[in-house]
Design a protein around this ligand. Structure first.
Ligand code: SIN
Ligand code: CO
Length: 378
């Protein structure tokens, strides 16, 4: 992607300018980000997804008549008849990770690849009847809210005070102070940085696509990386036993010897010493597929006359030394690395590129086709 070319999707800004001016900083309303946009997924198709048990979905029902319980939240799966009637106002169905299940939604998500893949979370699709919404709240995500069908009125504010109403089944701000209001039509889009207060209310039946980018927490990354490093620590650090020929007689037997603490500290430093091991653990974590993803493999490996493409549920990333796919890591260099990086960036490798791979890399690709991570091009 040429990051300096103006994009209609970003209201005429280039990805470079958008990232500089708005990303993580300030909201942007983009009229006709996708001109003439018509929702790729029909309402009935969304309801079918919400009925599947491997798909995460939620139903939010507004019950203002019940002062003590103005919001109700239910978790899917939802049989069609478990959803409220279409003519009943004030309810919303939210379906997560629709990009995993639908190629058209995945293609839409791919228009946002000016943001690193490692930041992308999913595309959530919501369907609401008139007046439906999830209430005034904030997210920890950067999100592009693309109006896919009908109209939604958004109110947003930059308030610092983000206390939530206690005892609610969903995050509802105690004091929402809207500063701006927009009505979005199909094809319009609103970008919101994390912690920007917002409230979207359906004006008639509406569908909204949230292209969400999650920011990992420092503690979460430390835990995930350390967990992976811990699994290899025994092999890396070795089984050298602690020796204490100089240990004197102890009058306070319960005290841990300082030398033993030092021995443990040195072992830990050794386990963390290899920067490649840390990078490898990070890439493995970031490329883990979502929990509900399973792959259907093929009996045959790669075909000399056909290129390959990445399955849409696969996560493929790379760093200076490794290629990562679906939680696994491979050291790569030279031409193999260049071609594998190209597969990660463009999601395809043409047949003539496959011939340029080393036998080892072709073997890996064969394994990935057999695992269903990579598919043969039609
Ligand atoms: C929605 O689509 O109804 C909710 C999206 C959001 O406010 O984050
Ligand atoms: Co939100």
């Amino acid at each position: 992607m040429n990051i300096d070319l103006p994009l209609t999707l970003l209201g005429g800004l280039s990805p470079a300018t958008f990232m500089k001016r708005h990303w993580q900083k300030k909201p942007l309303v983009i009229r006709q980000a996708i001109p003439g946009f018509s929702a790729p997924l029909e309402r009935a198709e969304l309801f079918d997804l919400a009925a599947q048990d491997d798909v995460q979905s939620r139903l939010v029902i507004q019950t203002p008549e019940l002062a003590a319980k103005p919001w109700r939240l239910k978790h899917g799966p939802f049989a069609r008849k478990a959803l409220p009637a279409l003519k009943k106002p004030g309810w919303t169905l939210l379906v997560q990770s629709v990009d995993l299940y639908d190629a058209r939604v995945r293609a839409l998500r791919d228009q946002f690849r000016f943001v690193p893949d490692a930041r992308l979370d999913d595309v959530m699709v919501s369907y609401a009847t008139d007046g439906g919404g999830v209430g005034p709240h904030f997210d920890s995500y950067d999100v592009f809210l693309l109006q896919a069908h009908g109209q939604r009125r958004w109110r947003i504010g930059r308030q610092k005070q983000l206390d939530l109403q206690p005892g609610m089944p969903l995050k509802i701000l105690s004091n929402f102070e809207p500063e701006q209001e927009f009505v979005l039509d199909a094809g319009d889009m609103l970008y919101l940085p994390p912690r920007c207060a917002h409230d979207g209310v359906a004006l008639g039946e509406c569908m909204t696509y949230s292209i969400g980018f999650r920011a990992p927490a420092a503690g979460e990354l430390a835990q995930e990386v350390l967990q992976r490093l811990a699994e290899q620590a025994r092999d890396e650090v070795g089984d050298t036993l602690y020796r204490d020929p100089g240990q004197g007689a102890q009058s306070h037997a319960a005290r841990i010897p300082a030398e033993l603490a030092e021995f443990a500290q040195t072992a830990l430093e050794k386990a963390l010493h290899d920067p490649l091991a840390t990078q490898r653990a990070l890439g493995e974590y970031l490329s883990e597929p979502k929990a509900q993803v399973w792959f259907q493999g093929l009996e045959t490996g790669i075909d000399a006359d056909r290129g390959v493409r990445l399955d849409r549920r696969s996560n493929m990333l790379y760093d200076d030394s490794h290629i990562f796919i679906n939680g696994e890591s491979f050291l790569a260099s030279g031409r193999d690395a260049a071609l594998m990086r190209s597969l990660a960036d463009t999601h395809v490798l043409i047949a003539s590129d496959l011939h340029k791979l080393s036998p080892g890399a072709r073997g890996l690709l064969t394994d990935w086709v057999e695992a269903g991570w990579v598919c043969l091009q039609d």
